[in-house]
Design a protein around this ligand. Structure first.
Ligand code: HEC
Ligand code: HEC
Length: 332
């Protein structure tokens, strides 16, 4: 009798565990059907969309081919939005590809509906209904207002279409299973009140993905108490860089910076945008989107600075370009 019971118990256990696993494995991400909106490309929208794409959203930083032999990795002429295969040194769990988001019909997003693009950007759902790998910052873009995401989509449609077939991302198991919990429907998002400097600053810090790069992680999880404290390591074949501490800690962060210091730090790179970025070696390699962000208006940088100043200071001394982590380049 007890043997039968035991067998039953084991069977139940197997079913429960197996069922739990099957649920995780086969479940679909949280998703809503794409909206049927048709976005009118007004002049105001195109201007706003350009700002969102090129400056605060820095979409081209991931979705374009870039020249990392130059400071800040400017986008290669004619390769805006054509997509990018992330190199293996970055140690992602599988092959991660930022797809072609030009309006090319076959290899880009030219045949997607406006609603499908909005859903991918804000909710992390691909055209096929599957979860996108969350390197695409949709958890941040979820907060993008309806007005802004409409402007962004209108602008995306004006990028020169470029035929550039790329493989799709291939995410290893079990990460492929866990990322299904990342997408969330965004619903309707109201515009942020720009006269509220802190709220506006928070909005820009969210869209700019500052937290994603500046918060150190362990096994993909943000370290508690270290939000914006820097030290996250980015390894590439061009060089290795660590993000800086941008909390208001006086000794190791930006606590002693004035608003003017902050603005100058960004605006020193404007001449690189205007005249072309200089050549750099690994010692000057960076992934900080200086070229996009140095084009932000003063009002925006001031709001970002004001918001950062209200964040919890965290002591964390970071060397952003430690010599021992740089690849050895033959001197020529
Ligand atoms: C940090 C890098 C990064 C940034 C910044 C980024 N993306 Fe992405 N994006 C990705 C990656 C990687 C994927 C693909 C994920 C996958 O394959 O699962 C993606 C997917 C997409 C897709 C879905 C395309 C498809 O074929 O499935 C769209 C649309 C998109 N991004 C638009 C944007 C826009 C617009 C912006 C700026 C507002 C942006 N992305 C910023 C990395 C990024
Ligand atoms: C793609 C990753 C990435 C994103 C996104 C990013 N940063 Fe950075 N940031 C870095 C790295 C790496 C460094 C260190 C190397 C350097 O200074 O170029 C850095 C440096 C900085 C510095 C210089 C600090 C110092 O002590 O010199 C400031 C200020 C800064 N970031 C602010 C921001 C703000 C504000 C945002 C969001 C609007 C942001 N960053 C978004 C990667 C990023």
């Amino acid at each position: 009798m007890w043997k039968k019971l035991l067998a039953c118990g084991v069977l139940v256990l197997v079913l429960v565990l197996g069922g739990g696993f099957a649920y995780l494995y086969f479940r679909n991400p949280a998703t809503a059907s794409p909206s049927s909106v048709r976005i009118e490309p007004t002049e105001a929208r195109l201007a706003r969309g350009k700002y969102l794409y090129h400056y605060i959203g820095a979409c081209g930083d991931c979705h374009s081919e870039r020249d990392f032999t130059r400071f800040g990795g400017p986008v290669v002429e004619g390769r805006e939005g054509v997509g990018f295969v992330f190199p293996p040194e970055m140690e992602f769990p599988g092959t991660v590809v930022a797809p072609n988001i030009t309006p090319d019909k076959d290899t880009g997003i030219g045949s997607w509906s406006d609603g499908e693009i909005i859903r991918a950007v804000r909710e992390g759902i691909g055209r096929d209904g599957k979860a996108l790998f969350p390197l695409m910052p949709y958890a941040d873009f979820r907060k993008m207002s309806d007005d802004d995401v409409y402007a962004l989509v209108a602008y995306l449609r004006t990028l020169p279409p470029v035929k550039n077939p790329l493989p799709r991302s291939r995410i290893n198991f079990p990460v492929s299973m866990f990322i299904k919990s990342a997408p969330q429907p965004a619903g309707h998002v109201l515009p942020v009140d720009r006269s509220n400097t802190l709220k506006y600053g928070e909005y820009l810090v969210t869209l700019g993905g500052c937290g994603g790069c500046h918060t150190p992680t362990q096994k993909g999880e943000p370290l508690p108490g270290k939000r914006l404290a820097g030290g996250e390591v980015f390894r590439t074949s061009m060089g290795t860089v660590l993000s800086a501490n941008i909390t208001p800690d006086k000794d190791t962060g930006i606590g002693k910076w004035s608003e003017r210091d902050f603005l100058n730090k960004f605006y020193q790179y404007r001449r690189y945008v205007e005249q072309g970025s200089p050549k750099v070696g690994p010692e000057g390699f960076t992934l900080m989107p200086w070229l996009p962000f140095c084009q932000l208006p003063k009002e925006d940088l001031k709001a970002i600075f004001a918001f950062l100043k209200t964040q919890a200071p965290a002591y964390n001394a970071v060397e952003t370009h430690p010599a021992e982590l740089q690849p050895v380049v033959p001197s020529s």
